[in-house]
Design a protein around this ligand. Structure first.
Ligand code: FAD
Ligand code: NAG
Ligand code: NAG
Ligand code: NAG
Ligand code: NAG
Ligand code: NAG
Ligand code: NAG
Length: 608
């Protein structure tokens, strides 16, 4: 009885607090027209933005097609800490890579698991909400490689357009802005950031605004969370405009082909409720299906490497390096035991106090996704000649101790059973994790078709760690973590390394030698979920690129790509923010408009 009352009260409080999230899914059930001016494929980080912006012009019609369901159908999506529970569900594509020869030695069949959102909001509905634009030098480098119009000065105004900065210290910074669709806040979950910060300060790092003048140093995470709730692009960009009469959204609709006639994209073919349907685009088809599905769909439609398509008897409309140049970030785990319980344990997620605090204030452990702070730095590998950082450390204030990892598919990365069993046995409530992450891999992969069947997933081969230099940088990052662990603040909390070697896994190597760490990295390093560059951007005469600097597919009229796949190189940081920027900039390119004049003026005062 009492518990029923509590549940009822909680329900009422919830409704009062989050009542603004009204169910607008009725708009997903409109009768579709047979043609639209623009058809956007994929409602992810970029596609949702483009649907919003193109439908601002009430004289154009827009169809947004999404393979997955509405984001309102999953209760866990809004709760940041529940992010891992979204993996391996019906809103996840759940890709697996091909077996890797130089990495993934602790995975089943040496295949890694790649989650990707299949839902309104795409991967922004299942990601960890860390908001990092990337280094200014990333974009300047794109321009050096011929990507005219995308240097830092050109993209910064679009980053400003996105934001509704809520962090008090940053509201007045010229590097930030308010009034955009995407709220950015600073998470408050544990007392650990204070320790992280003092530790890296002892090593001489300064504390920076990761999205400000210089990202190298320590920063507290900025995340797209508001009142303790995830603000993915479905929430931020689609919900506010979902009722527009010139915008139709079709969910649970798998696009199987882009229709091309006379080298012109004229529409799409899709499958909904088991029926094949065709829609025509009067102006353009915009492909925003992400770094795996955009190249997949292009190749199915006859745009890709000629030889590869011909082998599968697909008519070739354009011979382009689709699916090549795949770049992804990898991260490695470093676990440290602490004397007391300082981070978020499974036990603490069961505490009524924590649950109540979250529902009443939107704060506490449920309001963050585990990560609290970042450190960006350059390794010595390039003799300090790099302008952008080449590794990142993520400070993760959580532990999976007490969780049955074999039963919980989400966090397991496809590790084999014996590895999971040992990991579970060695985990502890008193534990923190630091993830060294490689930012600019030299190991380049590819995505290819397995068959002509659109339901067959493509062959993903990232070639992880095929270049020794990538391992060397990760080892340097590991050494940095070790130095952090030796600082006074870490000694004070009793930080001791929780080793990952065991019988049969790296136990033959001398402990703490470079060979030891290399062995562990080749066993345990996993994807950081940032695949990019599979339809990279480049100048008209650049043979390695798929789209030109206006995002138009080369040699095909009325077809653009706008998502993480068009990046020239993966950025120095997590990839959601730059993908949203690509969505904003693409919208202006398509509309032939400059909507960021105000922000161009704002950044004049900065030394760029
Ligand atoms: C688990 C996880 C954690 C992450 N954490 C972070 C983080 O903390 N910070 C960060 O910056 N980045 C993070 N990322 C990366 C970031 O979310 C992605 O880089 C970004 O969302 C990519 O955006 P996109 O528009 O390219 O693709 P997506 O957002 O994946 O969107 C593609 C959309 O297209 C749809 N689609 C695909 N094919 C078809 C088809 N044939 N027909 C119809 N629809 C289709 C998909 O269902 C999807 O909705 C994370 C990613 C994952 C998976
Ligand atoms: C829509 O209106 C805008 C401005 O009013 C105009 O520039 C544009 O050409 C129009 N588009 C179409 C498709 O008519
Ligand atoms: C798991 O991987 C490790 C490292 O390759 C190996 O030693 C172990 O035998 C594997 N266990 C299973 C159950 O496959
Ligand atoms: C759908 O078609 C109707 C009738 O032609 C038209 O009035 C309406 O604007 C169209 N809607 C969209 C989103 O294309
Ligand atoms: C093909 O497209 C070109 C360029 O738009 C046009 O000149 C030509 O007439 C088209 N041919 C056919 C058969 O439609
Ligand atoms: C770094 O400098 C050393 C000594 O000058 C040189 O041998 C090496 O090739 C350089 N490495 C890189 C990556 O530039
Ligand atoms: C963990 O889950 C697996 C798979 O569901 C099950 O086989 C195993 O018995 C569980 N182990 C424990 C300790 O609960």
């Amino acid at each position: 009885m009492l518990s029923k009352v509590i549940v009822l009260c909680l329900g009422l409080i919830l409704a009062a607090l989050f009542g603004q999230r009204i169910d607008t899914d009725i708009f997903l059930h409109v009768k579709l027209n047979s043609s639209y001016d623009y058809i956007i494929v994929g409602a992810g980080s970029a596609g949702s933005v483009i649907a919003n912006r193109l439908s601002e012009d009430n004289n154009v019609t827009v169809l947004l097609v999404e393979a997955g369901v509405s984001e309102l159908e999953h209760d866990h999506i809004p709760i940041p800490l529940a992010a891992p529970l979204l993996q391996q569900t019906d809103i996840d594509w759940s890709f697996y890579t091909a077996p890797q020869h130089t990495a993934f030695k602790a995975m089943k069949e040496k295949k890694g698991y790649w989650p990707r959102g299949r839902v309104l909001g795409g991967s922004s509905s299942i990601n960890y909400m860390i908001y990092v634009r990337g280094s200014r030098h990333d974009f300047d480098q794109w321009e050096k490689e011929g990507v005219v119009g995308w240097n830092y000065e050109e993209v910064l105004p679009y980053f400003l357009k996105i934001e509704d900065m809520k962090i008090a210290d940053l509201v007045n910074s010229a590097y930030h802005s308010t009034g955009g669709y995407l709220p950015l806040t600073k998470t408050k979950a544990t007392s650990l950031p204070n320790i992280y910060q003092r530790a890296v300060e002892e090593l001489g790092y300064k504390t920076v605004d990761v999205n400000g003048e210089d990202m190298i140093g320590y920063s507290h995470i900025q995340s797209n969370v508001l009142r303790g709730q995830r603000w993915g692009t479905a929430t931020a960009y689609l919900r506010p405009v979902i009722g527009r009469s010139n915008l139709h959204i079709s969910t649970q609709s798998l696009v199987t082909k882009i229709l091309i006639e006379n080298k012109t994209a004229i529409g799409i073919e899709m499958i909904k409720n088991g029926r094949k349907m065709i829609f025509s685009a009067n102006k353009e088809v915009v492909l925003s299906a992400g770094a795996v599905n955009s190249p997949h769909l292009l190749m199915l439609s006859g745009i890709g490497p000629k030889e590869h398509l011909e082998k599968l008897k697909i008519d070739v409309h354009a011979d382009l390096p689709v699916g090549e140049n795949l770049e992804d970030h990898m991260f490695f785990f470093m676990k440290y035991m602490t004397a007391d319980e300082l981070s978020v344990s499974i036990k603490s997620t069961k505490s009524w106090l924590n649950i109540l605090k979250y529902y009443l204030t939107g704060e506490g452990i449920f309001s963050f996704a585990g990560n609290e702070a970042l450190l960006f730095d350059k390794s010595t590998q390039d003799n300090h000649s790099l302008l952008y950082p080449d590794y990142q450390l993520q400070f993760y204030s959580g532990t999976s101790a007490g969780k049955n990892l074999s039963a919980d598919k989400g966090l397991t990365f496809n590790f084999n059973d014996s590895v999971l069993e040992i990991a579970a046995r060695r985990s502890d409530d008193n534990e923190i994790l630091i993830f060294p992450m490689l930012l600019h891999p030299k190991s380049i992969g590819s995505i290819k078709l397995k068959s002509k069947d659109p339901f067959d997933y493509p062959l993903i081969n990232p070639n992880y760690l095929s270049q020794q230099e990538d391992v060397n940088i990760l080892i340097e990052a590991v050494r940095k973590v070790q130095r952090i662990a030796q600082t006074k603040p870490f000694q004070e909390i009793g930080a001791t390394l929780n080793r990952l070697d065991y019988e049969g896994v790296c136990d033959k190597e001398e402990f703490d030698s470079d060979a030891y760490w290399e062995c562990l990295i080749r066993h345990y390093a996993v994807t950081a979920y940032h695949p990019t560059c599979t339809c990279r951007i480049g100048s008209t005469n650049d043979q390695t690129s798929v789209v030109d600097t206006k995002l138009r597919v080369k040699g095909i009229r009325n077809l653009r790509i706008a998502d993480a796949s068009v990046m020239r190189h993966v950025t120095s940081g997590n990839t959601n923010a730059p993908t949203i920027m690509i969505g904003e900039k693409a919208s202006d390119l398509i509309r032939g408009k400059d909507t960021v004049i105000k922000f161009r003026k704002q950044i004049k005062q900065l030394r760029l």
